[in-house]
Design a protein around this ligand. Structure first.
Ligand SMILES: NC(=O)c1ccc[n+]([C@@H]2O[C@H](COP(=O)([O-])OP(=O)(O)OC[C@H]3O[C@@H](n4cnc5c(N)ncnc54)[C@H](OP(=O)(O)O)[C@@H]3O)[C@@H](O)[C@H]2O)c1
Length: 227
């Protein structure tokens, strides 16, 4: 069976990715920053290995890449992310908090993509996925607000689009995904869809990815999104 690695897998969308891939019989490398007492993650049944990974910590990334040795990873999902400050006036923007959001949402997926590219290149499927957001679409931004989060997802789209070109020779396909507005701690209980609907949709979109579509930005329902 193929192997999937997921970041931020202790709750929300990441945890649901673990559940669904494990149930489908995949080998799952579930990573989270506090791997001890992982609560709900420990209850998921299947072929699951849990590893500590703070995506903002280069040492943590390099250590896991080294610990995994010559393991092949078919699908790597950069899921971990933060929203950052909410409801702030533009005059009150906290630029230090903005930098932290950029660090987690932009620098980390790139660092992980680079560190684990050799593991992807060893696999059959060779897919690098980043959970981005429609809020990062410049074309769809007509309402303003949430400048910190929006800019981080616009930037990760730009970075991953570039990485797609850089990884083309290794035949690693790259895709950015919008999960929908999802009922998680980040999305809130009033969000449109459940984690089950979101992740079932995204898994189909991941399945359909091939090298011809590398560098693309898709919604969980299978439609392509504008940059
Ligand atoms: N929910 C939505 O409506 C929605 C919409 C569009 C995009 N997204 C994106 O979907 C992804 C998952 O979101 P979610 O809704 O599941 O959010 P969530 O419920 O807030 O979960 C976020 C996950 O990211 C992890 N994380 C954050 N910083 C980390 C770090 N430095 N190292 C390791 N893990 C870290 C968290 O771990 P801890 O428990 O340790 O904090 C947690 O597991 C994010 O990239 C988010 O931007 C969500």
């Amino acid at each position: 069976m193929p192997t999937v690695m997921i970041t931020g897998s202790n709750r929300g969308i990441g945890l649901e990715f673990v559940r669904q891939y494990a149930q489908a019989g995949w080998k799952v490398i579930a990573t989270c920053r506090t791997p001890i007492g992982v609560g709900d993650l420990a209850k998921v049944e299947g072929d699951i290995e849990v590893h500590g990974l703070d995506v903002s910590d280069q040492y943590s990334i390099d250590r896991l890449a080294r610990d995994l040795g010559d393991v092949a990873i078919d699908v790597l999902i950069n899921n971990a992310g933060v929203f950052g400050p909410r409801s702030y006036a533009l005059a009150d923007i906290d630029y230090q908090e903005w930098m932290k959001v950029i660090d987690t949402n932009v620098f980390s997926p790139l660092k992980i993509g680079l560190a684990f590219a050799p593991h992807l290149a060893r696999s059959t499927q060779r897919k690098l996925i980043t959970v981005s957001s429609k809020m990062g679409s410049i074309e769809l931004n007509t309402s303003g607000d949430n400048m910190i989060y929006r800019s981080s997802k616009a930037a990760v789209n730009a970075v991953m689009r570039g990485l797609a070109a850089n990884l083309r020779d290794q035949k690693i396909a790259v895709r950015m995904l919008h999960p929908g507005w999802v009922q998680t701690d980040m999305g809130g209980s009033g969000a449109d869809i459940t984690v089950t609907e979101s992740v079932s949709g995204m898994r189909k979109v991941i399945d359909s990815l091939d090298m011809a579509a590398t560098g693309s930005f898709y919604n969980y329902d299978g439609s392509e999104l504008p940059w």
